[in-house]
Ligand binder design. Sequence first.
Ligand code: ADP
Ligand code: MG
Ligand code: ZN
Length: 630
Amino acid sequence: MREQNQNTPPEPPRPDMRKRAALLVFLPLLFLLPWLSNSFASRDVETVPYSFFDAQLEADTVQTVTVQGEKITGTLSSAQQYTDPQGNSRQITDFLTYVPATVDTDYLREISRSNVEVTTLPTRDNSGWVLLLNLLPIFLIIWIFVRFNRASKQQGGGGGFPGGMFNMGKSRAKKYEKDSSSIHFADVAGADSAKEELEEVVDFLQNADRYSAVGAEIPHGVLLVGPPGSGKTLLAKAVAGEADVPFYSISGSDFIEMFVGVGASRVRNLFADARKSAPAIIFIDELDSIGRQRGAGLGGGHDEREQTLNQMLSEMDGFETHESVIVLAATNRPDVLDPALLRPGRFDRRVTVPAPAVGDREKILKIHTARRPTGDDLDLSAIARSTPGFSGADLANVVNEAALMAVRASRTAMIQEDLITARDKITLGLKRSGVVMNDLERKTVAYHEAGHALVAARLPTAEPVHRITIIPRERAMGVTQQMPDGDRYLLREDYIRDRLVVMMGGRAAEEQIFDVVTSGAENDLKEAHKLARRMVLDWGMGDAFRNTAFGSDSREVFLGNDIGKQNEFSDNSAQRMDEEIHGILNDAYRRAQELLQNNAEPLARLADALLEEEEIDRTRMDELIGTGED
Ligand code: ADP
Ligand code: MG
Ligand code: ZN
């Protein structure tokens, strides 16, 4: 998505990377250097077998000899014919050979008795340049270490092997320099109350002295809470853009490393860096990954995370009142955070970033379509109304998919149809080609969907049917899509019960027509069970446990609140709850059956039309079944 690109800091020039690669290639060569130096030193000297040397001694053609341990170099008084093992002959005057360990050391006396000039050297060749050559690789390796370290420091950490090898503890924060963050509040649609609160944060950063003048303490921790994709990260970037201060951003999971102690030292470095460039913002994304309650979770091995968390707490406590460094953090799981994080002086301000309501959805769509070429038939408000529950990220995704659709259709601008197709793709899955259902299956699906739709149409509190389709999609063979008229914040009991009836409508229709049920209702039944369970356990809507909430919350264990926590009810109660849930579901099924039996004719009409037309929208449905009693 585009604003993400805009926000990426300009890539620092990285010639280092290429140099590093080159160095890595040359590194092994360095170890070959001493060997090479040996062969270079004896460039013009022929290495000959001992037998050749022996023969020359016999022939008295040897002039000088230098003995160094087992190594003998020498010159001949005149050039001699030498044939190497490969059979090549040439004239040589200088030679090198090695004395076999078994040769009697008396050979030296023999040599000196002849006319040969003999020099002996100590076994180790200490001549300066050889020593230097031998040390060179070590110097080079040290040099490379220094360079790598410096290079990775310039990049502020990061970097792959081997940059990271030398600075594991360095903060991995990405620093967005002042004007590189071009995101502003105007780029965030909706979320007005969140923006309002964050504007205050911007003001703290810009006018820190005004606050300290009256002795007001600047809040140091602000926690952004909201469902995934609601724009928390975006808002944090916008704060940095508005305040025009350095922005250190790090994701909680970056802290968690294999090496013990690394997370904690990262935190230390991150805070140290930010303090140096105050006023500044530290943004910790996905705080829950380090900030989970200490001592929770399965098994041991959480020491590293706890150390990191402890370090962060102590860094936050270490802020002086006048220091204008603000730590923003984002999470979608505030419930699992360690309570110590939320204490005054730490993340004591909480800004809620809710999932967008219909008005905000339209604004988000507007922002994202405004960046792209669009046709003039766009009706964003219709898309916004038909996407309840979509997050900002989902909507951005819809617009992007629509742009892709436009390209696929060789259009240069996206039109409403692209948006609709993109939305359907995301809600229903893409149409599946190549699925061939037999006639009975198609008929079953048609009645199933017609059953849902008819029940929905006849129940006063049910959401109106938006569309019915029996075109097979990725996720389902058919879909009945309902569309709420607005966003709901409270769920009324009658509404929930009617909703269960609609869910049961599919299977009830199958049974009514074919006298048998199919596996096609799996999803309906699961959803219905989930809802009924919440009615009983969370909302106190059952009969036996009216007005009692036990909490159905079966939080995943690994997120670890209290593992050892026992159910807050007895086995006996659990059984009664199951019975209650079952009763609610059966009741809903019975109501669906009754309703469909009373509407047998419209049901058949709707199913036949579906078989014929495959897809039916709201207007067509009203035509077919009317709005009231048959
Ligand atoms: P979160 O951090 O809450 O999970 P993000 O901030 O990463 O969500 O949002 C993901 C993307 O969704 C953003 O990059 C942006 O394109 C889009 N988005 C989310 N909320 C909004 C919004 N209110 N206005 C504009 N775009 C949004
Ligand atoms: Mg995020
Ligand atoms: Zn169904």
